[in-house]
Design a protein around this ligand. Sequence first.
Ligand SMILES: [Zn+2]
Length: 315
Amino acid sequence: MRKLCYVGIDLGGTTVKAVRLADDEVGVVERIPTLGRESPGRILDDIAHLVTKVAAGASIASVGIAMPGLVDPVTGSNSFAGNLRWRDVAVREELEKRLKVPVVAENDANAAALGEHSHGLTVGVSDFLFLSLGTGIGGGVFAGGHLLSGCRGAAGEIGHMILSPQGPRCSCGSNGCLEALAGGWAIIRDAQAAIKQGQETVLNRLAACGEPLDVKAVAEAARSNDAVAREIICRALFWLGLGVANAVNLLNPSLVVLGGGLSLMGDPLLEAVRDAVATYGMPTQRESVRIELSQLKDYAGVLGAVELARRSQII
Ligand SMILES: [Zn+2]
């Protein structure tokens, strides 16, 4: 008899990651580029090939896929996926057609929270908040041991918590959302504005050399005491801390895990969020919460996706 396995997929704006789980062992994570300009159909073809490749001849029991935006928990359709610019793509149905195995779909931050719960810092923790800090800001909430889904699978959207209604425009159409104040795209927007205004900063040199102006470059400039970059990063971290403090007051988690690309900023990020929670948290909530950086780097989503596949066969 052929060995049985589960496959997890993390569909990101630039990379698709895949991993298999067989005999309770997680395999090596494979990656392919998303090729964002291709049609959803081509990307789903690529994903189907990748699933077959990572299964490595084992019989696939089910596939879990994590993807950005709003994912309907019943139909597995992706009704809005910002960075991918997908709208109303029937991801679950299309993959099931290609693979002839059951597929489950989940929002990427929710899946990453599940990844933390099965492989990360929150194993055995029943009330926690996971923040996916990248180009955008996503959140996954575990309450009473269960992933909070909401009536249409859209719970946990901390990135669109409105902190400053007169603030900058957000990708969702509102103004002053946490993501528009502290997300990766907001940091880059502010850096580009500073360069355009002719402010004195090392970022001008980067732009002049044609080097990419990404969050890493702005954070590095801030670390080397560039006043303009420092102000941009400090402002973003202030808003991020305020957003987390609000979420801690609302949810009373025992642990907040900061993951995603921005979490690679490390201690400055951790200290800013801890300080904000100490300042703005209500006494009971702030005294009962720990704030930590994810140890899973950018693998929480794909590990959550494969766990999603495994759980779908148990329930
Ligand atoms: Zn928003």
